[in-house]
Design a protein around this ligand. Structure first.
Ligand code: DC
Length: 225
């Protein structure tokens, strides 16, 4: 392949990034990379070792023993940490919150940068995250900033947790989300921010299919696919 296409989809939690990116990747035969899952994997690693996400003395040292492999299987992206598949374990509110905090450490972001960039060199890829268009892939073929109102986003996350049988309340999810939005967009390094050249898509009033169709249409138009 001469040049690979890369699509950056950034935005706050619950905007529908992963569902939209996954569906678009399937339709266009691109690889889909959920970068949040990589930060969640680091969060899992330090949690298992009893270290907090704000501990700037120990977290950088623990990265030496954090061997992350990503497998793209039929049922989606699998995260392998030191040989163990932890894909299911990282989908909890606690790990989400820990990931948001540990992601503010420069050493962690630096550690994960090449992993993300290398994948984009060798695959037509759709990546979702917070800083893909601004930091990871500043030359992406297309940048999309996917957003929605805080209430709409919290409702989607709440429904996901309920469907998985996790005990929580809407108020709790909304509160967690507000904190995470604040932390993600106010950290010093690579904060959540719309890239100057990103196209904004607000999904508050859109159903899932409409969001997917809108994003696929933008990609097809930009790449002339
Ligand atoms: O997308 P997610 O909810 O799985 O991400 C979990 C946390 O990881 C999120 O709150 C912030 C962090 N993250 C990040 O800092 N940069 C990314 N590219 C992706 C996620």
């Amino acid at each position: 392949m001469d040049r690979c296409y890369s699509i950056a989809i950034d935005g706050p939690s619950g905007a529908g990034k992963s569902t939209v990116a996954k569906a678009a990747a399937r339709e266009l035969n691109f690889v889909y990379l959920d970068t949040g899952a990589i930060y969640r994997t680091v969060a899992w690693h330090i949690t298992m070792l009893g270290i907090g996400p704000k501990d700037t003395d120990h977290v950088p040292m623990l990265l030496d023993d954090c061997n992350i492999a990503i497998e793209f299987l039929e049922d989606g992206q699998h995260m392998i940490l030191n040989g163990k598949d932890i894909t299911g374990e990282i989908r909890t509110p606690e790990i989400a919150s820990c990931a948001s905090q540990v992601a503010a450490q420069p050493a962690v972001r630096e550690f994960l940068l090449d992993l993300q960039r290398d994948l984009a060199k060798t695959h037509n890829i759709i990546m979702d995250g917070r800083d893909i268009g601004t930091v990871v892939l500043p030359d992406a073929s297309l940048k999309i900033y996917l957003t929605a109102s805080p209430e709409a986003r919290a409702k989607r996350r709440y429904d996901e947790y309920v469907a998985k049988g996790q005990e929580t309340t809407f108020a709790e999810v909304l509160e967690d989300q507000k904190k995470r939005d604040y932390d993600d967009s106010h950290r010093k390094i690579a904060p959540l921010k719309k890239a100057a050249d990103a196209v904004e898509v607000d999904t508050t009033e859109m159903g899932l299919q409409e969001s997917v169709d809108t994003v696929i249409a933008l990609i097809r138009e930009k790449l002339a696919l």
